[in-house]
Design a protein around this ligand. Structure first.
Ligand SMILES: NC(=O)C1=CN([C@@H]2O[C@H](COP(=O)(O)OP(=O)(O)OC[C@H]3O[C@@H](n4cnc5c(N)ncnc54)[C@H](O)[C@@H]3O)[C@@H](O)[C@H]2O)C=CC1
Ligand SMILES: O=C(O)CCC(=O)C(=O)O
Length: 400
């Protein structure tokens, strides 16, 4: 089942629990606008290449639409509502492989994409951010291109470089939020990070920050993978050393502080907590029965497909769902947007303090929904998010 179908299935279940009427139900499912543009750019060798760029603007009942831009060969509405941010949801991307393009080619593709969608995004309309394959540099190019049409507008994107109005703490925020969320969950079971074993799939922005914070808190990261390789060490991997190795080698291969392993085995490795931080759909009916972890923290977007969800739930595995677990990124994006609009910069301490407060509030709100509706954490998060958006839709008079 693809990501959209899986998210819609969870929405349908939540809508049934909440007893939403069919008109409201339909209006919350169908996207507000779907944008598809052609991006043709010259390569460095003079030849031309064409990509299709997308932006799906799903819902704006609670505020401007918000969500990442992916450079990759694809739910934000429920996530921003779970975190109680005054946003709707959007997602977008370009179907290119950034590893096959030079920096100047990537810049040209990003600028052409921005030229084509500049009048459909905006500070109070739709605010993009980094996602897989994009980063603060990508946001800087979008900001610059957008500003040519609309005047200097730092708040049009978040996840920017600090020098251009980015927020302190945004780079690490998704990983840090994942670790706060894990802490709150473990606490419910009377557990803490010390001596717990973690396996992490993906060592990019989210995975590497999550691994670093877990290491700092005394957790043992026993397996890590990225697209280049995977490494295991039952005594715990020295994460600062692995980061240095990756920076030097641009790969996890040949790291001396552990043994190499098969990429996909990380998901079924012996551990207490599994944190997928890469692609969607990686936990499916083929491998779910072999998962050893007791807890899964969904740092990636939709890493668990619905069939795996059922198998894992029968095994007694507790899953902290993506729309909560990885909401630290969009939460600090919101803080960045607020700082840009105020023309004021917060200290990193304040950013992280507020992030923890927002994550704790959302965790408690989800628990309350689980209690009210006698459901698991995923349905607790979905009913929380869907209910808020439905309420805003009704208050704005859109369902009539
Ligand atoms: N960056 C952010 O603030 C947020 C990211 N996310 C989600 O977190 C996930 C990761 O995003 P980022 O870290 O930003 O992306 P990234 O591009 O920085 O890192 C992705 C990582 O996944 C690895 N990877 C790709 N295919 C793999 C495979 N088959 N096996 C093992 N590793 C593989 C890559 O090598 C890389 O280390 C995505 O699902 C994204 O949507 C969710 C919320 C916010
Ligand atoms: O920071 C943001 O606005 C969006 C982050 C994102 O794409 C996500 O949470 O999936």
């Amino acid at each position: 089942m693809n990501a959209l179908a899986a998210t819609n299935r969870n929405f349908q279940l939540a809508a049934r629990i909440l007893g939403l009427d069919s008109k409201l139900h339909k209006s919350l499912l169908i996207p507000f606008r779907e944008i598809k543009v052609e991006c043709t750019v010259p390569r460095d060798d003079g030849s031309f290449v064409s990509y299709i760029g997308f932006r799906i603007q799903h819902d704006n009942a609670r505020g401007p639409m918000k969500g990442g831009i992916r450079y990759h060969p694809e739910l934000m509405t429920w996530k921003t509502a779970v975190a109680n941010l005054p946003y709707g949801g959007a997602k977008g991307g370009i179907g290119c492989n950034p590893r096959e393009l030079t920096v100047s080619e990537l810049q040209r593709v990003t600028r052409v994409f921005t030229q084509k969608i500049h009048d459909l995004i905006g500070i109070h309309r739709d605010v993009p951010a980094p996602d897989m394959g994009t980063n603060s540099q990508t946001m800087a190019w979008i900001l610059d291109e957008y500003s040519k049409f609309h005047g200097y507008s730092p708040a049009v994107v978040t996840g920017k470089p600090i020098e251009l109005g980015g927020s302190l703490g945004r780079e690490a925020a998704t990983g840090l939020g994942v670790v706060f969320a894990t802490e709150f969950l473990l606490d419910e079971y009377g557990m803490s990070f010390a001596n717990m074993k973690f396996a992490i799939q993906g060592f990019g922005n989210v995975g590497s920050w999550a691994a670093s914070f877990i290491h700092q808190k005394g957790g043992k990261v026993v397996a890590v993978s990225d697209i280049t390789g995977a490494v295991k060490n039952p005594n715990g991997i020295d994460i600062p050393a692995l980061l240095k190795h990756k920076e030097k080698a641009d790969s996890l291969k040949d790291f001396e502080g552990g043994d190499a392993m098969d990429l996909n085995d990380v998901l079924v490795h012996e551990c207490d907590v599994l944190i997928p931080c890469a692609l969607g759909g990686v936990l499916n009916k083929e491998n779910a029965a072999d998962v050893k972890a007791k807890f899964i923290i969904e740092a990636a977007n939709h890493p668990t497909d619905p069939e795996a969800d059922e198998i894992l739930s029968r095994k007694g595995v507790t899953i902290l769902p993506d729309i909560y677990a990885n909401s630290g990124g969009v939460t600090v994006s919101y803080f960045e947007w607020v700082q840009n609009i105020q023309g004021f910069m917060w200290e990193e301490e304040k950013v992280n303090y507020e992030l923890k407060r927002y994550m704790k509030r959302a965790f408690n709100d989800i628990k309350a929904m689980c209690h009210t509706h006698n459901c698991n954490l995923r349905m607790g998060a979905f009913t929380l998010g869907v209910n808020k958006v439905a309420r805003a839709t009704v208050l704005r008079g859109w369902e009539a």
